[in-house]
Write a protein that binds this ligand. Sequence first.
Ligand code: MG
Length: 252
Amino acid sequence: MRTLILSLALACMAGIADLAAQTRLVTHRGYWDCEGSAENSIASLKKSKDVNAYGSELDVIITADGVPVVHHDSAIEGILIEEADYDQIKDRKLSNGETLPTLEDYLLAFKEIPDMKLVLEIKPHKRVVNEDRAVNAVLYMVERHQLEERVDYISFSMNICKELRRRAPYAPVAYLNGDVSPRDLKRLGMDMDYHYKVFDKNPSWIKESKDLGVKVNVWTVNDPAIMRSLVEQGVDFITTNAPLELNKILKR
Ligand code: MG
């Protein structure tokens, strides 16, 4: 009897471990590939919730006068954002008709959406001083809205990742650029968020990261065959433009 109870308990614990190990979905620039949405729009943030995303990713750049805005490219209609004042770009429209959102707009909308994270990318800026200003402004705003526990940070810039790590020791920070080993990320206190092709060249990195306790996010995976392979390898997160495809695989 005692053996039976023990085996049931172990089976139950294994079940919980499996559940905890399941890959989670991050929508890349929100869920934009649907009616009424657009990349990095507030609509795409809200629609991420409809597809049960763990997190909704967004890109942030700071203007010359210190306003963090949500946009992927360094320029908008030919105007370099980090060299422009907010007034010069504030009326630009996204493809779904929304006005270019500020980070403030985005956080206010995000606060109304329960049980989802923001995966906040701070874009590399031309000048390091602007990267540091961006980190400063983003952390200040997240703290002011008391959202510290709901935001994960990512960046291609090692300077930004280090600055985030130093300034927000509580926050998950993942590096995007694919050129730092799991062991070195562990040493830096960062997680991994790499393009899926990085793992063709470094096939041991997913397992090594898992062994070290470094979380693995993989971008931008839209092909169901690659999604399946990554889920089987137990990556923590997949960032995708095709959340419905990934959900089909995760539900199986
Ligand atoms: Mg991004």
